[in-house]
Ligand binder design. Structure first.
Ligand SMILES: Nc1ncnc2c1ncn2[C@@H]1O[C@H](COP(=O)(O)OP(=O)(O)OP(=O)(O)O)[C@@H](O)[C@H]1O
Ligand SMILES: [Mg+2]
Length: 348
């Protein structure tokens, strides 16, 4: 009941914009999940007990890492990549900034636009469903209000013909569509297909001068292609792949749909961002786990308004030195206070 009320409050975005305090995780939530003694080692609690993240034991394998600039989000993500690999889990990083500390963990590094990906082979997707999803996100990313259906039709035509020619013809003379066509034609090509990429460790980045829209669109298509591919393999209890997604707030609408899925497809997206308020708050409620890194007062105040922190929890992320974090697992209203113990190879 309480959950429903909170949800309905949260759907009224205007309340959030007005800065009201709406706790995302209700203190009246269900029983806490059991402590884990397997999975990815995160660190220790205040009594020195080991804390583990076990995505397989959570309702879904996805998570969010929040922290201000320099708080250690990417370092923690690299630690999780190293932990995951040790248990045979494949890893992807989608990093628009091209951070060297990530790149050096990978032998396969793709620069999207130089390395072309086949966007017209969408394994696991029904043609119209894939075209519809692309239409939906293109509309959001490029701010083309009302263009969703037109784009869906054009993309469906391209998928049927296995060529971008129909798009080129229709875009001719329409500046918005031409801009979109330019971006799609910079990304699409025959160098790589999702069927091979999803079976490897891959680091994806974009050229420095890429526009915000191109970065967001490229990332979104990759996520959709992977989604279809993993879904087509069928439900899985075991974690087989981890995707680290930098600048994830841009993809809040997609993450919401992904985190909502009731079945597990054997992969987890770890969404990283500095901006808790840029996410739809339901993303935190639906994520398998959320890790909040320590930071300055204004950031902690933001976090506090989204997660109903006790004074003790707030102090842990406010006054502690680097490496302090709050670790939420879905279904557990109270976070664990963690002191992260990260692998040396994860440090920049
Ligand atoms: N737990 C830690 N212990 C010691 N050093 C750390 C820890 N976490 C991060 N660092 C160091 O802090 C610096 C910043 O970390 P990192 O790049 O991961 O931050 P970030 O949150 O990703 O920042 P940005 O938002 O700018 O990308 C790095 O030099 C990293 O090695
Ligand atoms: Mg970073």
């Amino acid at each position: 009941m309480m959950d429903r009320i909170i949800r309905s409050l949260m759907e009224k975005k205007v309340l959030l914009l007005a800065g009201d305090i709406i706790p995302v995780i209700s203190p009246l939530s269900v029983l806490a999940p059991r402590e884990e003694s397997t999975g990815f080692h995160l660190g220790i609690d205040e009594r020195g007990r080991d804390i583990f993240l076990n995505p397989e034991k959570l309702p879904n394998m996805h998570g969010v890492i929040l922290g201000t600039s320099g708080s250690g989000k990417s370092t923690l993500a690299r630690h999780l990549i190293l932990e995951a690999r040790e248990s045979g889990v494949k890893t992807w990083v989608i990093d628009p900034h091209g951070e060297e500390a990530y790149a050096r963990l990978f032998t396969r590094r793709l620069i999207i636009t130089s390395d072309r990906i086949d966007l017209l082979t969408a394994t696991g997707w029904d043609l119209l469903e894939y075209a519809g999803e692309l239409g939906r996100y293109v509309e959001l990313i490029y701010g083309l209000r009302g263009a969703r259906n037109v784009i869906r039709e054009i993309i469906a035509e391209c998928l049927r013909e296995q060529s971008l020619e129909p798009f080129k013809k229709l875009a001719n003379g329409d500046p918005d569509l031409e801009r979109l066509f330019d971006d799609i034609s910079r990304l699409h090509g025959n160098d790589y297909r999702i069927t091979e990429l999803a079976e490897q460790d891959v680091y994806f980045t974009l050229p420095l001068m890429a526009s915000r829209e191109l970065v967001a669109f490229a990332t979104q298509v990759l996520l959709l292609l992977l989604h279809g591919y993993m879904r087509a393999r069928g439900a899985r209890q075991r974690l087989e792949m981890v995707v680290v997604l930098e600048e994830a707030h841009v993809h809040s609408p997609y993450l919401l749909s992904l985190f909502k899925e009731v079945r597990k497809w054997g992969y987890g997206v770890i969404a990283i961002s500095q901006l808790p308020r840029e996410f739809d708050p339901r993303v935190f409620q639906l994520a398998g786990f959320v890790i909040i890194l320590a930071g300055p007062e204004s950031y902690v105040r933001d976090v506090e308004s989204l997660f109903s922190l006790t004074a003790d929890e707030r102090d842990h992320v406010l006054f502690s030195t680097r490496g302090a974090a709050l670790f939420y697992r879905q279904g557990d209203p109270r976070p664990r206070k963690v002191f992260l113990k990260l692998r040396q190879a994860a440090l920049a």
